[in-house]
Write a new protein. Structure first.
Length: 343
């Protein structure tokens, strides 16, 4: 891994310290158990598509302005409904799908929930009079902390809390980055920032980074109103062992290939589907476990699509599937913020 700090590349990470608000409150959202639904009706929706649409509209608080829009949305919903039904009636998979926030959306609306993940370059060495604050310094530490798997969301309310990025164009990387800094401070100082503070920070981080308004962001920095970071690390790509080692230290921002209807409508279980390394989404890696029934290893991902997506906002993704970049490219582009201390 590369360690250190670089004011040019630190932008994606360090803008977080400019913007995180002072409000601190504890908030928790538990991942729901893996679903076992085998049909739309067993998933709580009527078998009739029109009735299911009306129920889904109430659940997701949809209110269409015209009859024409409602008709168009119903056509989209019907495609989603049929997809879910056919998936459930097909061969048994290691994961399930269901109706969710994407079920009535046009394709261009769905694309707004994904992003071009910024690339971080290897940072330079840290100053000689400082060192990285670390919990894992040896394989013995790794075995002690993570030998039986780990899920950081089980121990920290702020890591467990799920946010919804909404249809903000390409904001997934900002939410994942913000969540990583929040997690670092939760682990180090037991801080629990409020969800409103995190949501506002993620949007402002994206605005600063994309529009290049460095002067405005520097002004906010001078006020000292935020959570500080000192550096960031880039995990060696195409190496799931290195990614596991980094995760044992703290939650890690990862880029993944989230293309496809299966991913959009994921509801629960271990995601094992056709995907490559065309990275188009950022999430926070918070855990890794082994399924006792199947002996399959899996990663635990914290998404930013709200609590009704996946397992309460989380996803289990197949681990160590033998592909160089990991399943859905999870080991291709990973990084995390760091704090330094004087030697």
């Amino acid at each position: 891994m590369g360690f250190g700090f670089d004011k040019k590349n630190l932008g994606i990470w360090s803008l977080l310290m400019l913007l995180l608000a002072k409000a601190m409150s504890e908030e928790a959202t538990s991942p729901s158990p893996s679903p076992t639904a085998t049909s739309i009706s067993s998933d709580g929706y009527p078998a009739d598509v029109a009735q299911a649409f009306e129920q889904w509209m109430k659940e997701y608080e949809r209110d269409y302005s015209t009859d024409e829009e409602k008709e168009r949305r119903f056509a989209n919903f019907k495609k989603s409904f049929n997809f879910v039904e056919n998936f459930m009636k097909g061969p048994k998979q290691s994961f399930t799908v269901g109706l969710n926030l994407f079920s009535d959306m046009d394709e261009d609306e769905k694309r707004a929930f994904f992003c071009t993940v910024p690339t971080l370059h290897n940072p330079p060495p840290i100053p000689s009079n400082k060192r990285i604050k670390k919990r894992v310094t040896s394989l013995d530490d790794f075995s002690r902390i993570c030998g039986g798997g780990i899920d950081w969301s089980e121990s920290y309310a702020s890591i467990k809390s799920i946010r919804s990025q909404g249809p903000a164009c390409g904001s997934c990387w900002a939410f994942a980055t913000t969540a990583a800094v929040e997690a670092l401070h939760a682990l180090t100082f037991e801080l629990q920032p409020s969800s409103n503070a995190i949501r506002a920070t993620a949007h402002r981080l994206q605005y600063c980074q994309l529009r290049g308004i460095q002067r405005t962001c520097d002004t906010v920095k001078e006020k000292g109103d935020g959570l500080e970071i000192d550096a960031y690390a880039v995990v060696n790509p195409r190496n799931e062992d290195q990614l596991a080692y980094a995760l044992c230290e703290q939650p890690v921002v990862v880029g993944i290939d989230a293309h496809g209807t299966n991913f959009e409508h994921y509801r629960g279980g271990i995601y094992r589907s056709e995907c490559g390394t065309d990275i188009n989404h950022s999430v926070l890696l918070v855990g890794m476990r082994i399924d006792k029934a199947t002996n399959d290893q899996y990663w635990i991902l914290k998404n930013s699509w709200g609590e009704k997506w996946g397992e309460g906002g989380f996803m289990k993704l197949l681990k160590n599937d033998g592909t160089p970049g990991g399943h859905c490219g999870i080991a291709m582009q990973a990084s995390y913020p760091q704090l330094l201390e004087y030697i």
